[in-house]
Write a protein that binds this ligand. Sequence first.
Ligand SMILES: O=C(O)c1cc(=O)[nH]c(=O)n1[C@@H]1O[C@H](COP(=O)(O)O)[C@@H](O)[C@H]1O
Length: 281
Amino acid sequence: MTSMEPFGARLRRVMDERGPLCVGIDPHASLLAGWGLNDDVAGLERFSRTVVEAVADRVAVMKPQSAFFERFGSRGVAVLETVVREARAAGALVVMDAKRGDIGSTMAGYAEAYLHQGAPLFSDALTVSPYLGYGSLSPAVALARESGAGLFVLALTSNPEGPEVQHAVRADGRSVGATMLAHLAAENAGEEPLGSFGAVVGATVGDLSSYDLAINGPLLAPGVGAQGATAADLPKVFGPALRNVVPNVSRGVLRHGPDTGALRAAAERFAGEIQAVVAGS
Ligand SMILES: O=C(O)c1cc(=O)[nH]c(=O)n1[C@@H]1O[C@H](COP(=O)(O)O)[C@@H](O)[C@H]1O
């Protein structure tokens, strides 16, 4: 397998060129209806390819939400394959949001599905859940390193149910979420200009001053837009780590379709607000 330049280096460059915004592709049934599309495979394909056409040539990252494609079985997954290919061809990095996590031997299978170059769903990075134990992710870490891909590990998620697991305090006094961040910092040690092993930290989670976000890797920050966070919240949540934050907006952009100009304008509005807070921090 020919190795690509590591994900972290590719991400840093595209963030420098395009700004850090990630636009999510989340074809909810309600959004398809809002766009005047049927809730079927043709509607799914029209929706997701329109989003790619509108923004993949200008945003740093696109994050298809696998759940909404899997809903339609193998034909939905075929659409997902097309979407990944087209978004990457337009210069965006694709983070596959499938939140995989299993015992190590099975995790190796998931890693092959998304992180092996040449796999039909090969993506620049994959979201993974470490809640079977961080070590269960090692096959994905190893394959990502080999192929130049990355991971985003759920650390402090944007949903209100997350804290019962992620804020739980271990016998050594550290919270579970902080432990995941520490694992990622170790993974990324010494990498320049940025490591490839990111954390998911919701933009909605509030004050993180007691957490060490200096993991030398990207921080994927969902929650801006529909979940109530704004660009203005980002400096408060992320402090000095803001430079490595990739804010994700899905419904906040998608609800402006189906007009490509309106989608583009919505993405550019979020991108502008985010650029302004990053520049001012
Ligand atoms: O991993 C994710 O992307 C993710 C983690 C998290 O903590 N919270 C979260 O909302 N997400 C995803 O980010 C997207 C947010 O969508 P909107 O709320 O519509 O912007 C969805 O695809 C979620 O599954």
